[in-house]
Ligand binder design. Structure first.
Ligand code: FAD
Length: 286
């Protein structure tokens, strides 16, 4: 016997007001690029009564400069970000991460807003945003609130988003032009691959010392994380070859990976440790 057809409505709001009104419907879910949501829908993992399609909502699209930083509309397709001059010039780590996300077709539809709300531990878009101390701006009938991306993603599939709320934009503060960045994703192949583990670093070296450093890792904890204990231990130290074994050991113990079909916990821990060591060695030798 065939299952009864699912009763599901669809709206495509053209204003923020219409979006807020649609979100008041019980069981409503936002649909943006649909590259995560449609997969879950077809697998029967979600069953919204109303799909609220924000992919054409101009107010949530685009990239703008503000206070020296960059503000990205949550519904801006990843391809548009990759084609944006300001993003290419000032956010090379975001570019590097998005270039490894899915495929051209996926990036033509997928958005940073969707990537963050989907809250995968492997979310490629999250890593550069963690490194840049980016914030999400969340809007609802009750007003607007801001929070660090680091706090926004809680656990697999879970964020701080409340009912009736949506991600309006992502704010990336001004970038120190002297900062040095690295990012690497380890997967089974170069395209259409979910990270087995990924690591990023952004740091500022002043007179041979680490003035500040941020490290982030994906697919090695219940959410994309900053490697705070490593950052704290390295800050202020002279960057030389002696520091690297310590950084490697600290990085290995700062993550809590699991075994799954893509890789073992042990392998993932090794990848994080090796990448942190390799990034620091490269800068040390430069
Ligand atoms: C074949 C394939 C390969 C992929 N490869 C990768 C990969 O390599 N790396 C990776 O990180 N991801 C990958 N993904 C996942 C996906 O493409 C990304 O997470 C994408 O950025 C999601 O954006 P979207 O606009 O399509 O989200 P949608 O599917 O539209 O939405 C995802 C979730 O976010 C919610 N949502 C979307 N926008 C908002 C908003 N503004 N406010 C509130 N809630 C919102 C939706 O309700 C839903 O819960 C892949 C997916 C597929 C199908």
């Amino acid at each position: 016997m065939r299952a009864a057809p699912v009763e599901r409505s669809y709206v495509r709001p053209e204003t923020i007001d219409a979006l807020l009104e649609a979100l008041e419907t019980p069981g409503a879910a936002i649909l943006c690029g649909g590259t995560d949501l449609m997969v879950k829908l077809r697998a029967g993992l979600v069953d919204p009564s109303l799909l609220v399609d924000i992919s054409g909502l101009e107010a949530l699209r685009g990239v703008r400069d503000e206070d020296g930083g960059i503000v990205i509309g949550a519904a801006t397709p990843e391809t548009e970000l990759l084609e944006n001059d300001a993003v290419r010039q000032r956010l090379p780590l975001l570019v590097a991460a998005l270039e490894t996300l899915g495929s051209v077709q996926i990036r033509n539809r997928g958005t940073l807003g969707g990537n963050l709300v989907n809250a995968s531990p492997a979310a490629d878009g999250a890593l550069p945003l963690l490194l840049h101390d980016a914030e999400v701006v969340l809007a609802s009938r009750g007003g607007v609130r801001r929070m660090p991306v680091e706090a926004f993603i809680v656990s697999p599939g879970k964020t701080q988003l409340r009912a009736g709320e949506f991600v309006q934009e992502i704010r990336i503060p001004a970038v120190d032009e002297e900062a040095v960045g690295r990012l690497h994703k380890v997967g089974r192949r170069r395209a259409l691959t979910i990270a087995i583990a990924s690591v990023g670093m952004l740091c500022r070296i002043r007179e041979g010392r680490i003035a500040w450093i941020r490290l982030a890792a994906g697919s090695v904890a219940p959410r994309p994380i900053r490697l705070r204990p490593v950052e704290e231990a390295l800050t202020g130290h002279v960057l030389d070859a002696e520091l690297i074994p310590e950084a490697r050991a600290l990085a290995a113990s700062a993550v809590s990976p699991i075994d799954d079909i893509r890789g073992t916990a042990e392998y993932r821990r090794g990848v994080v440790a090796d990448l942190v060591a390799a990034f620091l060695s490269e800068i040390c030798d430069a």
